[in-house]
Design a protein around this ligand. Structure first.
Ligand SMILES: [Zn+2]
Length: 181
């Protein structure tokens, strides 16, 4: 009886592992990897995160993430979260789009995008990911003073106001932004 039960459990576990692996491989197979030049830009952005003390995020991005540069079938059927990048939790996949390379003006801006995506890989939702980046933008070196006029800064601020409105609930602060003094 016990042997039968163990056999059943083993079969069930093996089937589950194989299904997850097949699903993951199908995501990889239906998308393209970044070019060498794109990969270098991704690595420089991870380097910025490391330098600025986002050690856990940098470690996850460097060691456990597979980067893709085109949508796999799953991204193609779900709603796009933004034009820069998308993360698939718990598969530890990040897809970077043309805006990540072209619209973002430098490695610090690309680091801000990867910081957001890395939070999803820790299981966080949009509210938490937008909130985390906005509250840590000083530490990242991506501020109103350094990047306030770039298209990406303006876009991401707008998205943050939509996704994390509680950070803009301080009428006594400049632009009602609770993170500003
Ligand atoms: Zn997101």
């Amino acid at each position: 009886m016990l042997t039968l039960l163990l056999q059943y459990l083993w079969n069930y576990t093996a089937l589950t592992v194989l299904s997850v692996a097949a699903f993951y491989l199908s995501l990889i197979a239906t998308s393209l990897p970044p070019t060498a030049e794109e990969r270098a830009a991704i690595d420089r952005a991870i380097g910025v995160l490391e330098q600025r003390g986002f050690v856990n995020e940098a470690r996850v991005l460097r060691s456990s993430v597979t980067f893709r540069a085109t949508d796999h079938w799953l991204n193609a059927i779900i709603e796009k979260e933004n034009a820069y990048a998308a993360a698939n939790f718990p598969f530890q996949l990040i897809t970077t789009y043309p805006d990540f390379f072209n619209k973002a003006v430098d490695d610090t801006e690309r680091a801000a995008v990867l910081l957001h995506e890395s939070r999803h890989l820790f299981g966080e939702d949009e509210n938490a990911a937008y909130s985390y980046v906005w509250q840590n933008r000083e530490r990242l070196g991506w501020t109103l003073r350094s990047h306030g006029t770039t298209a990406s800064y303006i876009t991401i601020e707008q998205q943050t106001r939509e996704m994390a409105p509680e950070l803009f609930n301080c009428p006594e602060r400049p632009w009602s932004d609770c993170t500003l003094r």
